[in-house]
Design a protein around this ligand. Sequence first.
Ligand code: GLY
Length: 359
Amino acid sequence: MHTLRLNDYPIHIGSGQWPQLRALVEALDPSRLLVLCDAHTRIYCLPRLQEELEVPEHQVVTIPAGERHKTLDSCRYIWERMMQLKLDRRALMLNLGGGVVGDMGGLCACLFKRGLPFVQLPTSLLAQVDASVGGKLAIDFASVKNSIGLFANPEAVFIFPGFLATLPERELRSGFAEVIKHALLGDPGHWAELKGLNSLSGLDWPALLVRSLRVKQRIVEEDPREAGPRKLLNFGHTVGHALESAFLLSESPLTHGEAVAIGLVCECYLSHLKVGLSLEVVQEVAGLVRSLYPHRNISNHLLPQLLELMQNDKKNEGGEIRFSLLQAPGQGRYDLPCDRDEIADSLGFYNSHSLSLFS
Ligand code: GLY
């Protein structure tokens, strides 16, 4: 069991944290208790929560699973249910799910009657290691990811690594891209341990989560509203988000983490070109991504669409496409413009270095 603090709220990590959750609910003494879950967590995670919470009186609201439901329509549904349930500002909302449930549930809690307290109970690796921590709450709007949202902190985050066992392997790998990102940005020792992995089985998840979250905690604590250093956390995501959007309507969409993993390879290559990241590290990152993720050929005809998508990234200024890059493991830099040829070269590097000898 481990507790990290971020600004004014605790992040509890470990399977033995149920008494702390019960104590928090008791201390807040809410007028009503609402659990928000999605169609998956209602089946795979809610029974455990209900068993451990020992609170007979609670309401459950369920939304469909998946990023395409992170919308204003889903918020409207949640708020309608909250109205029907006559919740007041002393009610407490528990968000039991992945990034969609946490981001949208937090947003709905903050805006309902000007705000009621909420607790994040992330169940996916992506949410445990990234989305539930740092106070970013948002929905997608007008086809732009996370374009309507705010910064607000929960009462607490409870990370139960046991929930990871409910995830399909592909989802686990998706979240792992953020673990790789954190290690590269802020924990060279962890990167040295991760770079030789060829499978995610048998990992010590509680220890890995604590180590990875420490990097995010440090960065967010320094810059909670992303005025500067928090931009480092976008490493891998400028290319990654563009790929995720470009493949969204294809026959085989990429998960967020699969797109970010390709983005990490491309942005390591850009880091080599722009800030001198050693080719050895670039090759190591490409090697790890090759052994954990399926290869996707990024064909040249996608390039104009990808560049257009990167151009619309909210981090840009003055028409430039700006990146967060890596000088060396543990040394990130942000606000670095790269031109179209450099970006095209980085995609070419991924294409030629991501095929394993056997694929
Ligand atoms: N996921 C990036 C951040 O929280 O800033």
